[in-house]
Ligand binder design. Structure first.
Ligand SMILES: Nc1ncnc2c1ncn2[C@@H]1O[C@H](COP(=O)(O)OP(=O)(O)OP(=O)(O)O)[C@@H](O)[C@H]1O
Ligand SMILES: [Mg+2]
Length: 136
């Protein structure tokens, strides 16, 4: 599925709509350059799962967990990861079958660890406020 958005709220809404189809154990790899809108998309996803609080980038902590929605949401950001073994050490793989939805920014950092059923979302910057989202 390919869709274009023209502001951050539209990108969040695409995430919000995708949330309805997510089941326990879903792993979503979200690819895109710095500032593409990955976190914005995850904010919508959290809202779509029914989580009502603030969703902030886990860039420094690597993982944020959000509970209280239809399913737990594990939001992982691997931008600062230098070695996949570091992700293994912090237990990234344990989230994949923990009964919630795992979303990963910069998933290419741990490509070999991702389950085969991982769904991919690509966000391309097409202009100052336009984005093309591909969900597969
Ligand atoms: N159509 C759009 N969709 C999403 N974000 C947009 C759009 N147009 C402009 N923006 C801006 O792009 C930025 C997206 O930031 P966001 O933190 O979501 O990116 P990110 O991909 O998570 O970056 P990072 O790799 O640094 O984590 C925000 O400043 C947002 O306002
Ligand atoms: Mg981000």
């Amino acid at each position: 599925m390919v869709t274009t958005t023209s502001d951050p709220s539209e990108t969040a809404r695409v995430g919000e709509q995708l949330a309805a189809e997510l089941t326990p154990g879903t792993v979503l790899a979200i690819q895109g350059d710095l500032g593409a809108g990955k976190t914005c998309f995850v904010q919508g996803l959290a809202r779509g799962l029914g989580f009502r609080g603030a969703v902030t980038s886990p860039t420094f902590t690597l993982i944020h967990e959000y509970r209280g929605g239809r399913l737990p949401l594990y939001h992982i950001d691997l931008y600062r990861l230098t070695d996949p073994q570091q992700a293994v050490a912090i237990g990234v793989e344990e989230y994949f079958d923990a009964g919630g939805v795992t979303v990963i920014e910069w998933p290419e950092r741990i490509a070999s660890l991702l389950p085969a059923h991982t769904r991919w979302v690509e966000i391309a910057i097409t202009g100052p406020t336009t984005r093309q989202l591909t969900i597969r």
